[in-house]
Design a protein around this ligand. Structure first.
Ligand SMILES: [Zn+2]
Length: 167
């Protein structure tokens, strides 16, 4: 029996061409199916999470809120702010503005009218950075409002939701 099985495996291994190609194709197909299943499962889980957030009347995800809130808590490190032109502020850790790492535009016409900043942190994630949070603290305007968030992060602008409620 063992010899027969061994021979059968050997004969498969020895086969060149068509059989080998079939086996290789089958494995890739299995891999593709597996990856697609994973993708659809994640997609459906994300949609469930987004729907839960909307039902809870949230305007952005917990992920965004964590970053935004942590940037807000950082504002204590930026006590110096100076309005360099109407609606444009520089924010610094030092009183002489030698380290002015945030240049904030309160309502940027090029980016949906949201507050923007020159710093890499804002540019990389488009979530209000410590500089933007500092200025909102200065001008006493409501910081945690969807209008201050890039549409990318607003749940009302989520492509899943738009697809679901489009028809
Ligand atoms: Zn910034």
């Amino acid at each position: 029996m063992a010899t027969q099985r061994g021979e059968s495996v050997n004969s498969v291994l020895k086969e060149k061409g068509q059989k080998k190609k079939e086996l290789r194709g089958f494995n890739l197909k299995q891999l593709l199916d597996h990856i697609l299943n994973q993708f659809h499962r994640l997609q459906s889980r994300s949609l469930d999470q987004i729907c839960d957030l909307i039902k809870a009347k949230k305007n952005w995800s917990d992920y965004v809120h964590e970053i935004w809130n942590s940037n807000f808590l950082e504002t204590t490190n930026f006590p110096f702010a100076n309005e360099i032109s109407p609606g444009c502020w520089e924010v610094s850790q030092t009183h002489d503005f030698s380290c002015s790492c945030h240049t904030v535009t309160l309502s940027d016409p090029d980016v949906y009218g949201i507050p923007t900043c020159s710093c890499p942190l804002f540019k990389s994630c488009l979530i209000p950075c410590p500089g933007i949070c500092t200025i909102f603290g200065r001008i006493s305007d409501a910081l945690f409002d969807a209008k201050n968030l890039h549409p990318r992060w607003r749940l009302s602008g989520d492509p899943y939701i738009q697809m679901r409620y489009r028809d």
